[in-house]
Ligand binder design. Structure first.
Ligand SMILES: [Zn+2]
Ligand SMILES: [Zn+2]
Length: 288
């Protein structure tokens, strides 16, 4: 149906480095009644509430890879969604799309520690079911994007990215009549994201600032092997024809406007002339 707009909200711009103002990684994409969440790091439930989601209104969750900063919010999301079933209707489990392999194995077990508690609550309150994980595995290839799911006019596709030794790791693209968005997940600058992001309206890309890693980590070269520096992202976005580049998963997390500006300067040095945003939590954009 025509007439919907595509609303994109970054629910978390953080990383394993904990900051009170930056929840763990996550992006909410809304189109009409469809609400797709991509990754669920720490604090995602709080940010979704701030973004107006009831959790029970989510259509599906998509996971880029199994690093804990991207999935640690999933049990909270599933448990809270289940506890919010105040009318005791016994809602269906939330579909979780994950790349086949370790991510599927790990996510399938995330609710195990709470089964006894859920059964106790079920007995006590008369709930018709307990929360379970409904994992939909998909195979992401490196040579071309694969369609992972379709919801009416929305198409979600994925491609495998470069985050070794964490395999598999995927990037996602959502296409709709109102516009398109790509979510890189965690990756080094790679051809696959460039292909997936061809002519996209919004590219949400992870980033790490090599010049500011001193004192933050003991082996910065290791981080640089599987994350992306701004110049490379800028060049990629330019080649792909991206309209709006949004940087998230910011390492180190900028504390001031000047520090945020350093990320943009790097992207510009890489040759990107389009719109650049350095995301804060609940950064949002509406297309169409
Ligand atoms: Zn991460
Ligand atoms: Zn990662």
């Amino acid at each position: 149906m025509a007439g919907h707009s595509l609303r994109i909200t970054v629910t978390g711009t953080g990383t394993p480095i904990h900051r009170p103002d930056r929840a763990g990684p996550g992006v909410l994409v809304e189109y009409g009644a469809m609400k797709l969440q991509f990754d669920a790091g720490r604090g995602t439930v709080m940010r979704l509430a701030e973004a107006g989601s009831t959790l029970t209104d989510l259509t599906a969750l998509f996971v880029t890879h199994h690093h804990s900063d991207h999935i640690v919010g999933i049990p909270d999301l599933l448990m809270t969604r289940w506890l919010n079933d105040i009318r005791r209707i016994g809602q269906s489990p939330l579909p979780i799309y994950a790349p086949d392999g370790e991510a599927v194995r790990l996510i399938s077990r995330l609710l195990d520690p709470w089964v006894n508690e859920m059964e106790m609550r079920q007995d006590h309150t008369g709930r018709p079911n307990i929360a379970t994980t409904d994992v939909r595995r998909f195979l992401a290839a490196k040579d071309e994007p694969t369609i992972v799911a379709e919801f009416g006019d929305l198409t979600v596709s994925a491609i495998a990215v470069e985050h070794e030794p964490v395999v598999p790791a995927a990037a996602f693209r959502v296409d709709s009549p109102a516009g398109s968005v790509v979510i890189s997940g965690d990756t080094s600058v790679c051809q696959q994201v460039e292909e997936l992001a061809t002519d996209v309206d919004v590219l949400i890309h992870e980033v790490i600032l090599p010049s500011r890693l001193e004192g933050l980590v003991t082996e910065p070269e290791r981080l640089l092997e599987y994350h992306s520096e701004p110049e490379g992202i800028g060049a990629l976005a330019d080649r792909a024809g991206v309209a709006h580049l949004v940087l998230t998963h910011l390492v180190p997390p900028p504390q001031t406007p000047d520090e945020a500006k350093e990320f943009e300067t790097g992207v510009r040095n890489g040759g990107f002339a389009g719109v650049v945003s350095i995301a804060e939590d609940l950064w949002t954009s509406t297309l169409g």
